[in-house]
Design a protein. Structure first.
Length: 164
C-alpha cells in the first residue's frame, strides 16, 4: 500500500522517549489551553442565540482565543522543555510524517512539538523507518487543528495543480 503524502516543509522539535512515564507528559497535557474554549464552542452550538447575542458571544470567544495565544507565546519560550532534535517534515498526511532526513530510529517513540496556526501542538509518534513516522497519541483538540492544516495543504495542492 502506497501512502499519499502532501508536501509540508514543517519544522518540528522532537526527542526519543517512552510513550508513558516520560518527562514530556506534563508539557503534553499543559499545551492544550485552547481546549477549554472548544467546550464552550460545543455548548454554544446547541444554544439558540439572537443575532446580537451571537455576535457578542463570537467576539468574546475570539478575544479569549487571542488572549490565550498571547499567553502561550509569552510563556512558551520560558516553559517548554528543550528537545534534543530539530527536523523538517517534508511531507505528511492525517496519520504519517515523512522527515526530510533520517532522524528517527525504527520502532522508537518520539515526543514531537510543532507550531501550527498560532498554537503549539504536542504529540507522540512511532518511527516506522528512519524517515517515516505514524502518530500514536494526540489530544482531540490538537487533532482538529492538525487535520485542518492537512486539509488546507490538500486544498492548496489541488489549486496549484489546476493552475498548471
Amino acid at each position: 500500500m502506497e501512502l499519499k503524502l502532501f508536501a509540508a516543509g514543517l519544522e518540528v522539535d522532537l526527542e526519543c522517549c517512552e510513550l508513558e512515564n516520560n518527562p514530556f507528559s506534563q508539557e503534553y497535557l499543559k499545551l492544550s489551553a485552547l481546549s477549554a474554549l472548544s467546550k464552550w464552542k460545543k455548548l454554544a452550538a446547541r444554544v439558540e442565540f439572537e443575532e446580537g447575542e451571537r455576535i457578542i458571544f463570537d467576539l468574546l470567544l475570539s478575544l479569549k482565543e487571542d488572549i490565550l495565544r498571547l499567553e502561550n507565546a509569552l510563556s512558551a519560550d520560558r516553559e517548554l522543555l528543550p528537545l534534543k532534535q530539530r527536523a523538517v517534515i517534508r511531507a505528511l498526511n492525517f496519520e504519517h510524517f515523512d522527515f526530510a532526513e533520517g532522524v528517527l530510529e525504527r520502532d522508537k517513540i518520539y515526543y514531537l512539538r510543532a507550531g501550527l496556526n498560532h498554537q503549539i501542538l504536542a504529540l507522540f509518534i512511532r518511527a516506522e523507518s528512519e524517515n517515516l513516522a505514524r502518530i500514536v497519541k494526540i489530544k482531540p483538540e490538537d487533532r482538529a487543528v492538525f487535520d485542518a492544516f492537512v486539509v488546507a495543504i490538500q486544498r492548496e495542492n489541488i489549486i496549484n495543480s489546476r493552475g498548471k
